[in-house]
Write a protein that binds this ligand. Sequence first.
Ligand code: CDP
Length: 229
Amino acid sequence: MNKISTQLPSIIAIDGPAASGKSTIGLRLANALGYLFFDTGVMYRAITWLALERGIDVRAEAAVSALAEEAQIDVAPASQPDGRACDVLVDGRDITWETRSRKVDANVSIVAAYHGVRKALSQQQRRIGQRGKIVMVGRDIGTVVLPDADLKIYLDATAEERARRRYDEIIARNGKADYDKILESVMERDRIDSTRDVAPLRAAEDAIVLDSDKLTADEVFEQVLVLVK
Ligand code: CDP
């Protein structure tokens, strides 16, 4: 290993509210460093999609938690150049875009608040994260999943700005989106994520908070690179 690489943080945690740009920045950072990029949100989305697909009531905590324990979720490098950061597979089926549906958006925070779901998924995340050379993105990575991370970043922005970014993203992908509905959904998810009992969304005490409201993705990335190097 050369001298420079040993000085880089090996475990990097990026947390923040919905659509704060964590995945975009996290993926770019991982690519720049040659690290693994792991977006933990896709796991909560996959369980939510699976519950809906099987007709399980997302309010049935025990049934949804059992699903999280038994489901085979795999996250693999993107197999198609269609804007995805990675492939999301459940029991071998590619559900990458299904996990981004409005229905999943509307239900994922309910599922992610369950203790049993969080226990099952955080264990898997911790096992992968502790191997190092990783950029892990989520809501509780710096606080709960990897509290000993070498670098913790908390990416923030106003709900309006985050909804605008999500709106642009959806328009670019399939041309149809309703800004007011997106804003409502983003705010509702933030409310549930930050008030839940288990691992609520918050910045770790030793996290560096970056307010990205007035910054472009390139500017945020530059600031993150300074923190890393
Ligand atoms: O991409 P976006 O920021 O909209 O959401 P996401 O990162 O895919 O996360 C979807 C949902 O999963 C969040 O609203 C949380 O309810 C939950 N989540 C969580 O509880 N803990 C994590 N480490 C990651 C996501």
